[in-house]
Design a protein around this ligand. Structure first.
Ligand code: ADP
Length: 541
């Protein structure tokens, strides 16, 4: 900043003029570029003689230079007898340690002038003697004591000027900072993609951002100031909003993220998510209310559509399950007859027809049986969905025991060793729980390795205060990790052409049962070494 902008020039000029009138000493303030900011009472002897004549003027310039250079070298002040015989004083003006200008006084004498010397000077430079001596007589003579006083006065004055300049600089900087932060805040309010408004205690608008004023039917936030909700596009709902505003101001507590409907200026009903916060001053007194909201109409419509689609999906799922159940159920009887009569054909006419016919009949019986187990698995699967019995607390060990009984033949035939650890009580349904274990143990036996006897272990451990983790591990053929998710899908079998019988529904059923119990099922496996199934269930309360 320039020195001229930092100093109150007009006031200082007045002050210096008064000083000159009182003392007769001249004053001047110059910046470092040599611009004269203030000048008072220059002596005729200088302005009309010394600074005009080239000979004496060069002495003046020499004096000015010496004075200024000494100050540049850091002297606190400088008293200098100029080469034309007068005394000059200069004091540096310093702002925050930086030398920014100089204060000059002088053009006085410290003792009665040597008239002969000045007469000689008049002759040397061709000044009219009488006028020159007249000007000399108007030059004030100050005693040493007075010079000291003047020096003291000026040193203090320049200190004061320095302080004033610093204060002004700080004020300017603070003003700029305030302006910048106001500007930033304004930019944020104007560009943020939400509506913002604030009202005073009588619920008149104090301000808002452009998005808000547009909703309200005005072209700029300025037009909103001083107006209330009765003058907005949503005048019909004004009372509703004002009741909310009052509640927030009275309780001093914010009301956050609530959905409400507003009418836009085009008459469109839109959903908005609003928050209202009490506006407080530095003493924490509520002086109004601050509100923000965003248009969530699209989100709301999408949510609504999702709920409808979900209902639709649930209905169609239910229909489908019903269809699967009814059709499987109705298919069972004719199928049973087909198998029955094919078996009768086999028994009565085996050997009576040719060997190819015997083979065809075998195919019919086998395919019929396979279809029958498929149908009963589908039935079982759709039963889980339609079952709505409440979950009860049952001992998991009982379900495993029943499953083992049902699988006794397979266990005996394959010499499978099943180890069962202590198992807890869980929230489940008895027959489904049996079905779950039966499917998993049956798979562990079915998919055993050819070169070793099946070993199966069943364990459980607590994984959270209200959850247990069951582990069912086997030493069978294992499952490639790429199929770990796929095998839970309906009708998915990894080796359908192999000898092992199956429908590809077992694990889908297991997952459905576990989900119905509020748990989850997954597996880990090393192909060739074995598979471990994990499922979590809820403990009894
Ligand atoms: P299914 O046994 O009737 O074929 P599942 O749904 O019970 O149908 O199993 C799907 C597929 O997952 C099986 O065909 C089999 O390839 C694989 N599988 C299931 N359990 C095991 C296991 N314990 N070890 C190896 N593979 C398994």
């Amino acid at each position: 900043m320039k020195l001229s902008e930092l100093l109150p020039i007009a006031e200082l000029q007045d002050l210096c003029e008064q000083f000159t009138a009182l003392t007769g000493a001249v004053t001047a303030i110059l910046d470092l570029e040599g611009n004269i900011l203030i000048a008072t009472g220059w002596q005729d002897i200088c302005t009309r003689f010394h600074r005009v004549n080239p000979g004496t003027a060069s002495r003046c310039r020499e004096s000015d230079t010496v004075l200024a250079t000494r100050l540049e070298q850091g002297e606190p002040y400088n008293v200098y007898k100029c080469r034309n015989g007068l005394v000059d004083v200069a004091v540096p003006i310093v702002f925050m340690g930086e030398h920014v200008g100089n204060f000059f006084t002088g053009q006085f004498l410290t003792s009665q002038p040597d008239a002969e010397a000045f007469q000689a000077q008049a002759r040397q430079f061709g000044f009219p003697e009488e006028e020159y001596l007249g000007a000399l007589s108007r030059v004030p003579v100050f005693s040493d004591e007075k010079v000291r006083l003047i020096m003291g006065f000026f040193t203090r004055l320049t200190n004061l000027i320095g302080e004033m300049g610093v204060a002004r600089m700080k004020e300017e900087a603070a003003k700029k900072e305030l302006q910048a932060s106001r500007q930033l805040l304004q930019t944020i309010i104007d560009t943020v993609p939400i509506r913002i408004f604030w009202k005073d205690r009588s619920l008149r608008y104090l301000g808002c951002n452009p998005l808000f004023s547009r909703d309200a039917g005005y072209s700029s936030p300025e037009e909103m100031i001083g107006k209330d909700d009765y003058q907005m596009a949503w005048a019909a709902q004004a009372e509703l909003y004002r009741t909310d505003d009052r509640a927030v101001m009275e309780t001093g507590r914010p009301k956050l993220f609530f959905d409400e409907q507003v009418q836009s200026r085009e008459g469109r009903l839109m959903w908005v998510r609003t928050s209202k916060i009490p506006l407080k001053n530095e003493s924490s007194e509520v002086i109004g209310v601050l509100g923000i909201y965003e248009d969530v109409t699209d989100r709301k419509t999408a949510e609504q559509m999702l709920v409808e689609k979900n209902d639709e999906l649930q209905r169609s799922n239910l229909d489908l399950e019903q269809f699967a159940y009814v059709s499987s159920h109705d298919l069972q009887t004719p199928l049973r007859n087909i198998v029955l009569f094919a078996q009768m054909l086999e028994r009565r006419y085996k050997g009576a027809l040719d060997s190819e016919a015997d083979e065809f009949i075998r195919f019919i019986v086998d395919a019929g049986k396979q279809m029958s187990s498929l149908i009963s698995d589908i039935l079982e699967y759709s039963r889980v969905a339609s079952r709505k019995e409440a979950l009860v607390c049952i001992p998991a060990a009982d379900a495993v025991a029943t499953a083992m009984d049902n699988l006794a033949l397979e266990i005996a035939e394959t010499h499978a060793v099943v180890t069962i650890a202590e198992l807890p009580q869980v929230l489940a349904e008895s027959s489904l729980m049996t079905s779950l274990f039966q499917n998993l143990i049956s798979n562990a036996i079915k998919y055993r390795a050819a070169d070793r006897l099946p070993e199966i272990s069943v364990r459980a451990e607590r994984m959270a205060p209200d959850r247990v983790l069951f582990t069912l591990a086997d030493n069978g053929i294992g499952i490639d990790p790429v199929y770990h998710d796929k095998i839970f899908e309906i009708f998915q079998r990894l080796n359908p052409s192999s000898d092992t019988e199956g429908t590809g529904i077992g694990l889908t059923l297991c997952r459905r049962i576990v989900h119905r119990f509020g748990g989850d099922i997954w597996l880990e496996s090393t192909p060739g070494s074995g598979t471990t199934f994990f499922f979590s269930l809820r403990t009894c309360p």
